[in-house]
Ligand binder design. Structure first.
Ligand code: HEM
Length: 423
């Protein structure tokens, strides 16, 4: 895709069978799309997620999506984030203790560690239950979530696996269905238990929160009005959606950031880590300004025009954020790791030039929460360990699934910080 981008220009179309795919990777090109409140449908590929996520927020569209998005937007208000912060710190400390077993070893893959930590964090905020994935690797639900995330993502890339009939007959299909059964059973049981808890304690008014549980599931039960607004299946879809959207993404961010820091030890110097700590405290107390300038005006047509081209109805449009985020017009030496690009007093970028959480009406609903998780986990790791990455950039083999993976995981080596344990 990178080569095509260079050879074919700022917008290009590739036919895959009967389907036109249009690729975009310039801020000006994606602005009309992402700022539209009409073109919000996800592509056919998202259907692979539907057995697991049903019509939760990631996969739904139209009125259903609008209604749910409005309903769920308050889920991440700052009061709740403060509560989630406590869990995140607790899990970050567990991560540090798990990682300390890797000290002195020649190498290890950070990705599974990051995934287990974020699964524990998201599970707690989504369902209010502690699955203890960091210590209990064999947990059936944890393996099921990993299987579903990885198989659903691979289906995006494999043409044969896109046909349900073929997929069902393959080992992938069978593993997927087994994992689906485990996940649904786990969540149904938790929903049933939580509902029973509510009913037992309702003491006159069912809609009064019986105790101070603050997980997404509790909010959904509250909003469900006993099945009138949200059914049990709706609730399950949203819980699954948050589990999926929340854990792999944050784990991948943490893993890549540690990889980058491991390649650039100058950013691990203790004075920088202290600055990072201070900055994170400021951010968490809400003391930050969002620094972006707007590119231009509004684009809200039914027919959408991108870089002067009318986009045919029914096209699938892909935003290549890997290339978008390496636009040399805004990011000088775009392939170099330079986190100072994002310092609060650093340069300003146009609105759509840097969109790790997407942008517009279908942006990431959990971006604040995600940022908090990633910062807390990274800070705990770098305050305790000196991190070294074993693979150079040209040894990496990217796999573009829903999130960007390296084919062989991310190999790190860690040693205790000379200054001792600080967190
Ligand atoms: C670093 C971590 C994360 C990144 C990079 C990220 C990125 C994104 C992106 C790019 C989208 C748009 C997807 C699309 O267009 O199909 C999205 C949507 C979404 N994200 Fe995140 N996300 C992260 C963490 C989270 C967390 C922690 C949660 C919740 C616990 C979450 C919940 C969602 C949901 C529900 C949507 C769908 C929103 C909608 O369509 O209305 N994400 N995220």
């Amino acid at each position: 895709m990178i080569t095509w981008g260079r050879e074919l220009g700022d917008i290009y179309l590739i036919w895959v069978g009967m389907r036109p795919f249009i690729f975009l990777y310039k801020a000006e090109a994606i602005q009309p799309l992402l700022s539209s409140s009409v073109h919000i449908d996800k592509s056919l590929e998202y259907e692979y997620l539907r057995p697991w996520l049903g019509s939760g927020l990631v996969t739904s569209t139209g009125e259903k999506w609008h209604f749910r998005r409005k309903l769920l937007t308050p889920t991440f208000h700052s009061g709740l984030l403060e509560i989630y912060l406590k869990t995140t710190i607790r899990e970050a400390q567990i991560l540090v203790s798990c990682l300390s077993k890797e000290v002195g070893k020649p190498e290890f893959d950070i990705v599974p560690y990051a995934k287990r930590a974020t699964l524990d964090i998201i599970c707690d905020s989504s369902m209010g239950c502690n699955i203890n994935a960091q210590k209990n690797f064999e947990n059936e639900y944890v393996s099921a979530v990993n299987t579903l995330a990885s198989i659903s993502q691979r289906r995006f890339l494999d043409v044969w696996m896109s046909f349900d009939l073929i997929f069902k007959l393959t080992t992938w299909g069978k593993r997927h269905d087994h994992a689906l059964g485990v996940t649904h059973e786990f969540i149904n049981k938790i929903i049933a238990e939580r509902k029973a808890e509510w009913k037992a304690k309702k003491s006159g008014n069912f809609y009064e929160r019986p105790q101070k549980r603050q997980a997404l599931l509790d909010l959904l039960l509250e909003l469900s009005k006993d099945g009138k607004v949200l059914t049990d299946d709706d609730i399950r879809d949203e819980v699954n959606t948050f589990m999926f959207a929340g854990h792999d993404t944050t784990a991948t961010s943490v893993s890549w950031i540690l990889y980058a820091l491991g390649r650039h030890p100058q950013y691990q110097q203790i004075n920088l880590v202290r600055r990072m700590h201070k900055r994170i405290l400021e951010t968490l107390s809400g003391n930050t300004a969002h620094r972006q300038t707007d590119l231009s005006s509004y684009y809200n047509f039914i027919n959408i025009f991108i870089l002067g081209h009318k986009i045919p109805i029914g096209s699938t449009v892909l935003v290549n954020s890997f290339l978008l985020h390496r636009d040399a017009r805004y990011f000088s030496e775009p392939d170099s790791y330079r986190p100072e690009r994002f310092l609060p007093d650093g340069p300003r970028y146009p609105s759509y030039a840097f969109i790790p959480f997407s942008a517009g009406s279908r942006n990431c609903i959990g971006w604040k929460y995600a940022t908090m998780i990633v910062k807390v986990l990274i800070l705990h790791v770098v305050k305790n360990f000196q991190v070294e990455s074993l693979d150079t950039e040209d040894q990496l083999r990217f796999i573009s699934e829903l999130v960007l993976h390296n084919a062989d995981g991310l190999r790190l080596k860690i040693s205790p910080r000379k200054q001792g344990i600080l967190v």
